[in-house]
Design a protein around this ligand. Sequence first.
Ligand SMILES: [Zn+2]
Length: 666
Amino acid sequence: MATAILRIWPDAHFAYGPPVETGFYYDLECSHRISPEDFEKIEAEMKKEIKANNTFEKLVVSRDQAIADATSGRLGGLGERPGNASKFKLDLLKQIPEGEPISYFKNGDFIDLCAGPHVMRTGNIGAFKLTSVAAAYYKGDEKGPQLQRIYGTAFKNKTALDEYFKMIEEAKRRDHRKIGAEMGLFAIDTEFVGPGMPLWLPKGTVLVEELEKLAKETEFAAGYVRVRTPHLAREKMYKTSGHLPYYADSMFPAMELHEEGKSQSEINELKKVVNDAMLQIVRDLGLRNEDLSVGDNTLEKQNEVVWTRIRQQSPEKRERIEEMAQKKFTTDMFLASFKEPDRYYLKAMNCPHHHRIFAAEPHSYRDLPLRLAEYGTCYRYEQSGELFGLMRVRSLNMNDAHIYCTEEQFADEFRAVNDMYLKYFKIFGLEKYQMRFSTHAAEGLGKKYVNEPELWKKTEDMVRKVLIESGINYVEVANEAAFYGPKIDVQVWSAIGREFTIATNQVDFAVPAKFGLTYRDKDNSNKTPLCIHRAPLGTHERFIGFLIEHYAGNFPLWLAPDQVRVITIGAEGDPASEPLIKYAKNIVNELRAQGVRADGDYGTDPMKAKIAEAEKLRVHTMLVIGGRDMEAGAVSVRLHGKGNVGAKPKAEAVADILASIKERRA
Ligand SMILES: [Zn+2]
């Protein structure tokens, strides 16, 4: 792309140009303001380059050579450009540490600073497309020069490229904000509630509760116990966990509570006690006002003066005044403790609360593993520019649990967590997924990572072993672990092939110790448990956002907000007969009694209109009944998006619906 742009606008200067998830971009400065209308022209030049099939050749050069090439304008150019130095490249060269090798890639006439790797030759690029242009600051610095950023994407062949654009189009069609509004799932009320804090409307709440039901059943079967915790905690909690001050930027600011637990009249009373005692002391000691005006007149300084004077008194007088002074000073301290505001924070994570639940009772090795589960609500202060529908929010409900276990139990517990993930993937029909296993790096020990080299090695080995044994598709990335232990991010691909990170799974061998959590072991010694943090269904917000795209809003029966609608057919323009309406209502009642979200449409609209209405609402199953169905004790079953699937005896249709919900069929 750079070659093509230089052929058209030789004065262009290139800055950064990395590959990104969806393709690539290159930042450049150019006298011409590039717009999407120019793409065709640039792409035509690019096609010529691809046809020329030039090789990408790696050259290692000395620093002096590189500086000379940048000064002459050769670097990031097609040839020398005297008096027109490659300024960004000169700056980038400065950032390469002394002694580090400097490499170029040469492709045709174009030479650029680049560490590679590349395709072998331009001819390997099967298909590409420029996608957009945007403004960007050099190095992201608002004070730096403003550049033009051109985005593009490339694929092995035309089919793959077409598929990619089809996927992008489909993702737009399935946008969770669009479908969420159509279906009435959630609302974001920026004015009254605040940005990034979704309100779950009745139909969205159905999704939330069905997911919680699934989680509760699954966790119950796996031996979890449920807990509930408040949404806030005192500052001490987050100082202990280490969230403060390191995570402070991502938390809502503190709420300050003054004089907790005391009414103003009680405080005034205490103040009066202090004042009266002080007056008495001052009188008894013969102190004058100026004796007490010491330095900045702090309470501490005054106390010093008073106590010095008391020590100078005769023994019997001293005893009497001392008693009064003691009373005054204790009350002072009591009052002072109220003046210090008590800080509370909205929780950004559930772990500290769960740790305190562990700490609330003594534990022995027999209690372990202890698996505490909660759909916990957390609050995170995301930048307003980062907020995005349900995907990036400030209030979130997490499918959280913390498993406290011994080292010996760790592998089995970790394996069970993985099995739970796989079970969920199956329910939601997620065929493609990957676990991203982040490990520590030795050089970060004691800085980025807790300084426990042996524990790191041991837990990482255990995690790796479980991943391999379970045959799970995973990649290992060094130096991306959490502060307190290795971490697994779970990536899934939606039905249309878009990637989402939905869940994390972390091992923690540091924080339980900070909270002083212990259990009594077989040998009567106190030991610190390991903790596994896991959230297979992530947060309701993100997971439902994902599911909306995954299903395009056409949820399976067990999850669908509107599960069943019974539709009566009358003669054209006439209401259905009384007995038919009764028959229909009985079916609805029978289903509702079994917990099925069913309703009926008994109106006079023609059948076609009733079906169209139900289709629009994405009602999963329609039971269409006319007089003949009633006589036969049957129903005609229609499925949303699939049409008529035939008539069935009523009892069979009801049994099918109940079984499909119970088994959470896809
Ligand atoms: Zn946690």
